[in-house]
Design a binder for this molecule. Structure first.
Ligand code: NAD
Length: 324
């Protein structure tokens, strides 16, 4: 299969591109290598996984169209996005450019160049201020708590429109707090590990009273591969449109996460307790039964094992940010 992976120098997509290539697919990866976080990590991932990622911005319609014309993709996996809840308060327009204009360009290219199936990253943040747990795909998702979440929900709606209009099969994946080796420096595991090792205080929001359904990168990649390699089960209407939760289903208290990380690093953290941040939600908890039933997905890695793998990578010389 000829597959385009966008955001291919990123945390999830670099591993995904590697796995898809191992499985014999013809994979093209693109990324704009932006500086939202240290670009050395993006280049190091490409080196580690032997990826040849082309520099391309999905908000550049002409460049994207010529790539589609040149390569004729069967499937597209769109993971390129401006990620991060907190940064969407500081830099809202970055989210419009990559997550809305960029995503529309992907949809239009899919329509004009005969793509059969688009798999795209949504997010657990679409559940916003919902109180009911675990989050199920049947729950309402109309109360986003951040612009980031609003753009991810918009992606699901835009995908639905293009599925109805042009029959492109669509699979949206609501990822739940992904962690592991080669992770993102703006997310808690990397921020905490860095501060703990340097003996600096770690910022613990809402006094640590928060729950997150931390999901290990290997499980996320396995679930995404299963979706890429299958066709979405049709809805009653016959439209091939699916949105899945992809999480671990084992939410963990933030303070328990911190003590697991302390154990793995062998160093005690210095907590600095702070109030809840704007845009954050109290808890996330995935009901993954739909994805399990339709693709055989089964999260396998629980926190102690996953944090151990993360800490070993963090301290190794493979981590280009280790000594910063
Ligand atoms: N990591 C998580 O916990 C998590 C949770 C929910 C959803 N997601 C979503 O999953 C996807 C991948 O996330 P990640 O954690 O790997 O993030 P990441 O930031 O590591 O990866 C995204 C990549 O996309 C690239 N990119 C951004 N804008 C682009 C553009 N306009 N054109 C081309 N490339 C562009 C970036 O350079 C980056 O390498 C994103 O869509 C994110 O919103 C991630």
């Amino acid at each position: 299969m000829r597959i385009l992976v966008t955001g291919a120098a990123g945390f999830i997509a670099s591993r995904l591109m590697y796995e898809l290539k191992l499985r014999g697919h013809e994979v093209t990866g693109v990324d704009n290598f932006n500086s939202y976080y240290d670009v050395r990590l993006k280049h190091a991932r490409c080196r580690e996984f032997g990826l040849d990622v082309r520099p391309l911005d999905i908000s550049d319609k002409a460049a994207l169209d010529s790539l589609f014309a040149e390569c004729g993709f069967d499937k597209v996996v769109n993971l390129a996005a401006q990620a991060g809840v907190r940064y969407s308060i500081e830099a809202p327009y970055a989210y419009l450019q990559s997550n809305l204009t960029g995503f529309l360009n992907i949809l239009e290219a899919g329509r004009n160049y005969g793509v059969k199936h688009l798999v795209y990253a949504s997010s657990s943040s679409v559940y916003g201020l919902n109180a009911k747990i675990p989050y199920s795909e049947a729950d309402k998702t109309d109360s986003p708590a951040s612009l980031y979440a609003a753009t991810k929900k918009s992606n699901e709606l835009m995908a639905h429109a293009y599925c109805s209009l042009y029959g492109i099969a669509m699979t949206g994946l609501r990822y739940f707090t992904v962690y592991g080796p080669w992770g993102r420096p703006d997310m808690a595991p990397m921020l905490f590990a860095r501060a703990i090792i340097k003996g600096e205080p770690i910022k613990v929001f809402n006094g640590g009273d928060m729950m997150r359904d931390f999901t290990f990168i290997d499980d996320i990649v396995a679930g995404t591969v299963a979706c890429v390699e299958s066709e979405p089960v049709p809805e009653e209407s016959g439209r091939r449109f699916r949105v899945y939760n992809i999480g671990c289903g084992h939410p963990v208290k933030l303070l328990d996460f911190i003590s697991e990380l302390e154990k793995a690093l062998g160093i005690k953290a210095v907590p600095e307790y702070l109030p809840m941040q704007k845009g954050d939600v109290y808890q996330t908890y995935a009901d993954t039964s739909l994805l399990e039933a339709e693709t055989g997905y089964k999260p396998r890695v629980l926190l102690p094992e996953g944090i151990g793998a993360f800490a070993r990578w963090y301290k190794s010389e493979k981590n280009p940010l280790r000594d910063l």
